[in-house]
Design a protein around this ligand. Structure first.
Ligand SMILES: *[C@@H]1O[C@H](CO)[C@@H](O)[C@H](O)[C@H]1NC(C)=O
Ligand SMILES: *[C@@H]1O[C@H](CO)[C@@H](O)[C@H](O)[C@H]1NC(C)=O
Ligand SMILES: *[C@@H]1O[C@H](CO)[C@@H](O)[C@H](O)[C@H]1NC(C)=O
Length: 645
């Protein structure tokens, strides 16, 4: 009886479809379709993409004297350390300092150390850039050395440098040294330490500020990105990058909104801010850093401007919007202002003073984020921002963030950012989401989407209620089914991005994420490989074919890459049983074989830190022809690539 019903189930799930493919394309595929967005959830900017290795490097926004203010820091060999409100701060933006008092009667190296962001990766042969400020609050006759070193928590030296120090001056001095690591330790339980010789420094008080340690960054960009994470992003060949995040733009309060001016210039001039996900953002990853990152990645920026709403529920009244509109105009001019035109003079001069003369290439600006949380005030906020910004920047496209046409906005938005977090099943059943939308000029940016839970009644609950910790194959296949619909509708869907991009394996406040990381490694999920396959095999034009069944389990879409005369077919099978496709092509010439990139697995399996490669795409040779069959394994996504013209 049991095996009989299993047999029936298999019969029910096994599917076969015949797909007739058209000869002519219906529309071009926008260059921006597929990827990417940033949403700095916990330790995805700081401690994630941003390469800085020291946690709490500048004691930003912490309360002096508290234990919490010392997060990331520990005393070495019995020094007394605490965070103080400096009487003579290193800058007006960084009021705190790390005070280190050396007791008498100790021997050996004594001082202070940083534990990194839940670990600190050190690799032999790599040169690390360490820097910090120090001063002696009272002049002393101390003359000695600081030893700046990388070491294991057990004390093994991994790399070291020393500098001569005199206690005779009370002004801040800046130190910048390169430390070559000569040993690769077995793990990331390592420290960055600054010490002095205990007997020589006995009785001294030394204050430190703005301490930093950088490994080599992606494309060696100063103040840049962590190379392994950046390379994982680059592997997807992302066509765009949205910043500065989703909700993190808004702030919980007016004061805590993202303010671009606080994120540019020397690091000592960046005060940091309490981000929306309750951790302190260093803002080391600031506006200019994001713009350089887009260039380094070869991705178009989609830049958000703050639009008068704080996530805690505050909307700026209509008659008080002007300063924030000006803030947005200045932000845009800082990014794209033409240095030869006077209107944006101050902003382009500011950009030039920070080392960048040329304006950045930019076409899209998003006004706010998820303003369906405050639709009523968005009616006047959108009106004020969109009218003012369009008048200043007629060449830009401005993206609205309420639900399309709800409420009705004036001026009528040309572009909407649509967000959806749902179940794998919802995604599979909504691959026709955009098919019914009117073709009347309005365009859509599927700005955040992900299958996050298998429980439709508790999407935002705990993992016990179905919330995914890592993307599963079932989630990835559901997203892929939805993406075949985005591709089909890319005449009106101009861009799409999974979200969030990155989350720490243990220190996150949101799961699942496209990539997971810890101090040592970045882990690629099944959803990551789907995003990569759709992006890398984007094609230039969409080729209509027989439509999938709306409530079926097999999905597909067909595109062409003109310069290589390739047809690219994406197939998705969300069922557990294999499905068979028969493709019928109208072309005169079809290669007799092609390539398939296939990713499949059991629905509930995930790539995890302990099993990171449970699902990776495999490359196969497949027979192709004017009519050919392809068997899609259970819960699979495949990209079939072959010549046809
Ligand atoms: C400081 O370090 C230098 C070389 O790095 C060494 O020559 C000197 O003796 C050290 N000074 C003290 C006081 O230890
Ligand atoms: C397109 O159609 C929608 C829905 O009918 C409408 O609300 C919107 O204003 C239209 N867009 C344009 C540009 O006419
Ligand atoms: C495709 O599969 C069908 C049914 O399984 C079979 O009859 C047909 O011969 C196959 N076609 C090719 C080209 O292999």
């Amino acid at each position: 009886m049991f095996s009989f019903s299993v047999f029936l189930l298999c019969l029910r799930l096994a599917r076969a479809v015949t797909v007739n493919i058209n000869a002519a394309a219906s529309h071009e595929i926008p260059s921006t379709l597929f990827q990417k967005v940033t949403s700095p959830s916990f330790q995805s900017g700081d401690g994630g993409l941003y390469a800085e290795l020291l946690q709490n490097r500048a004691l930003q926004l912490v309360t002096p004297g508290t234990a919490a203010s010392l997060v990331g820091w520990q005393a070495v060999n019995g020094a007394t350390i605490r965070v103080i409100r400096e009487t003579t701060p290193v800058s007006s933006r960084l009021p705190n300092a790390l005070e280190v008092v050396i007791p008498s009667g100790r021997s050996g190296a004594i001082g202070v150390a940083n534990t990194g962001y839940a670990g600190l990766k050190v690799t032999a042969g790599t040169t690390y850039k360490a820097s910090f400020y120090y001063r002696f609050p009272s002049a002393t006759n101390f003359a000695g050395n600081f030893t700046i070193r990388l070491q294991t928590t057990a004390g093994q030296i991994l790399g070291t440098q020393s500098i001569a120090v005199s206690g005779s001056q009370t002004t801040w001095r800046s130190v910048a040294v390169d430390i070559l690591a000569t040993v690769t330790p077995s793990g990331t339980a390592n420290l960055f330490a600054i010490t002095a010789d205990a007997p020589a420094a006995s009785g001294q008080t030394i204050n430190f500020a703005m301490l930093s340690l950088f490994p080599p960054t992606y494309k060696n960009r100063p103040n840049g990105m962590r190379a392994d994470i950046a390379e994982a992003f680059a592997e997807m060949k992302p066509s765009f990058f949205r910043f500065p995040g989703g909700n993190n733009l808004e702030g919980w309060t007016l004061e805590r909104r993202w303010q671009w001016r606080n994120t540019i210039g020397p690091l000592v001039d960046r005060p940091g801010r309490l981000g929306d996900w309750t951790y302190i953002n260093t803002d080391g990853l600031g506006l200019l850093d994001y713009l350089y990152w887009c260039e380094d990645l070869g991705a178009e920026p989609i830049m958000g401007v703050w639009a008068g709403y704080a996530l805690g529920g505050y909307s700026v009244p209509e008659n008080q919007l002007q300063p924030y509109i000006q803030e947005a105009i200045d932000q845009i001019n800082f990014a794209i202002g033409d240095p030869d035109k006077s209107a944006a003079g101050k902003l382009t001069a500011l950009r030039r003073s920070l080392g960048r003369t040329e304006p950045f290439a930019m076409r899209f600006v998003e006004i706010g984020n998820e303003d369906f949380f405050a639709s009523a005030s968005y009616v006047y906020r959108w009106r004020a921002f969109a009218n003012a910004l369009k008048a200043q920047f007629p060449q830009l496209r401005f993206i609205a963030t309420t639900r399309p046409f709800d409420p009705v906005l004036n001026p009528n938005p040309t572009d909407y950012d649509v967000h959806v977090y749902q179940t794998p099943t919802w995604f599979a059943q909504n691959s026709f989401y955009y098919d019914g939308f009117r073709r009347n000029g309005t365009k859509y940016f599927e700005g955040e989407y992900a299958a996050i839970s298998t429980n439709p009644n508790d999407l935002f609950g705990s993992p016990a209620n179905g919330r995914l910790v890592y993307p599963t194959m079932q989630a990835a296949a559901g997203e892929a089914a939805f993406m075949t619909g985005l591709e089909r509708n890319s005449d009106i869907v101009f861009a799409a991005a999974y979200a969030p991009l990155l989350g720490h394996t243990t220190r996150n406040q949101w799961t699942p994420n496209l990539l997971a990381h810890d101090a040592n490694t970045v882990y690629r999920s099944a959803s990551f490989y789907i995003q990569k396959l759709f992006s890398v095999y984007r094609g230039d034009e969409y080729i209509p074919s027989t439509l999938p069944a709306r409530t079926g389990t097999l999905f597909w879409s067909v595109v062409r890459k003109r310069n290589t005369r390739q047809i690219i077919i994406k197939t998705v099978n969300v069922a557990a049983a294999a499905g068979q496709f028969t493709f019928v092509l109208p072309f005169n010439t079809v290669a007799s074989s092609g390539t398939a990139e296939i990713i499949s697995g059991t629905g509930t399996s995930s790539n995890t830190p302990t099993n990171p490669n449970t699902m990776v795409p495999r490359t196969l040779n497949i027979p192709t022809g004017k009519t050919f069959n392809f068997t899609a394994p259970g819960v699979s996504v495949a990209v079939l690539i072959f010549e046809a013209y």
